[in-house]
Design a protein around this ligand. Structure first.
Ligand SMILES: *Cc1c(COP(=O)(O)O)cnc(C)c1O
Length: 360
């Protein structure tokens, strides 16, 4: 038997086992081509089918109408911090951002670099980004409102999206895309680095509404324009073929084995509830996110002191539970329980936590 651990990494993160098995089984001879998918031309029928399937599955899973385009752009979520203001800002109008932690802060910085009128309309910095702000005003003339739907580092998540009226929402969904159904209507653009919930690292998925593409300025570099990707089905240049192939396999697993995003959300809720219920009942472990803002994807917690936290992470790994160290910027512990991490992994974690507390 191959040795596999329970993987709680924040990203790159666990992939569904059936997906890894499929990749292995198809690797040497992709659908009778006599080649690996790693070796075929991106202009071939084989790869064309893969990227089109990935786009169609995304449409079905998220219920996207024909007004949305699904793109694959290299450079991760971080390049999107730059491309969004570069492509979607409007002359003489502000751009609005909500600051809920590290990733939002970085997105704001990239918009400011471009000299835009950046207004941070809400922030949770006053309480160390432990909650999601509520009841704030959005500029009526804003070009867009940007927010981070799930805060991977601080362990908070928007459970209902902000209401910005007619202002299009732009959201970084890197760490919770495809974890639950969503209503795409208010969104002008959704983006996600693939390596948390939908695949390996190497590309971002960008879902953009067609009317937003009319904003793209002529005078920006070709590879930084959304229109370049939209006009060429993400193949103006060589895309991240193997990453897109893997994303397609993950989406197939979501559709055919899980049965869609409503069922996925149900499972994610069960997993998170099991862990949070345990944290709430314990005096030894302390959850760090405000209860009403807790993430279903990244569960952050502390132990009584840092020495214990270090021992916790090490002993967990020795027991086959990996990736429990908090982000280096905040310390503590974090269990990332994305789609691919099953209930049995959370059960194993909770029983390890009980035992660790008993011995401490
Ligand atoms: C990981 C992460 C990023 C950074 O993604 P890259 O693909 O490494 O650029 C951005 N936003 C969120 C919410 C993340 O979790």
């Amino acid at each position: 038997m191959t040795h596999r651990i329970y993987n709680f990494n924040a990203g790159p993160a666990a992939l569904p086992l059936p997906v890894l098995e499929k990749i292995r089984d198809e690797l040497l001879d992709y659908r009778g081509s006599g080649m690996s998918i790693l070796e075929v031309s991106h202009r071939s029928k084989w790869f064309d089918d893969v990227i089109n399937e990935a786009v169609e599955r995304t449409r079905r899973l998220l219920g996207l109408g024909t007004e949305f385009r699904v793109l694959f752009v290299q450079g991760g979520a971080s390049l999107q911090f730059c491309m969004i203001p570069m492509n979607l800002a409007l002359e003489g109008r502000p751009v609005n951002y909500v600051n809920t932690g590290t990733w939002s802060t970085k997105a704001i910085k990239e918009a400011r670099i471009q000299g835009l009128d950046v207004r941070v309309v809400a922030s949770s910095e006053d309480r160390n980004f432990s909650y999601i702000p509520r009841d704030f005003d959005v500029d009526e003339d804003a070009a867009y409102l940007h927010f981070t739907s799930n805060n991977t580092i601080k362990g908070t998540q928007w459970h209902t999206f902000p209401d910005a009226g007619d202002v299009p929402l732009v959201s970084d969904m890197s760490s919770d895309i495809m974890s639950r159904p969503l209503d795409p209507k208010p969104f002008g653009l959704i983006y996600a680095g693939a390596q948390k919930n939908i695949g390996p690292s190497g590309t971002a998925m960008v879902i953009v509404r067609e009317d937003m593409l009319e904003r793209v300025p002529q005078d920006i570099p070709t590879m930084l324009k959304y229109t370049t990707f939209a006009e060429k089905n993400s193949m103006f240049n060589t895309p991240a073929c193997f990453v897109i192939y893997t994303i397609n396999a993950v989406l197939q697993w979501l559709e055919d084995e899980i049965g869609g995003l409503a069922e996925m959300e149900k499972r994610n809720r069960r997993k998170a509830a099991m862990l949070y219920d345990f944290l709430d009942a314990s005096d030894f472990y302390q959850g760090t996110a405000s209860p009403e803002s807790r993430s279903l994807m990244n569960v952050t917690f502390r132990l009584p002191d840092e020495t214990l936290e270090q021992r916790f992470v090490e002993e967990a790994l020795a027991e086959g539970l990996g990736g429990l160290k908090g982000h280096r910027s905040v310390g503590g512990c974090r269990a990332s329980i994305y789609n691919a991490t099953g209930l049995e992994a959370v059960e194993a974690l909770v029983s390890f936590m009980k035992e660790f507390e008993r011995k401490a």
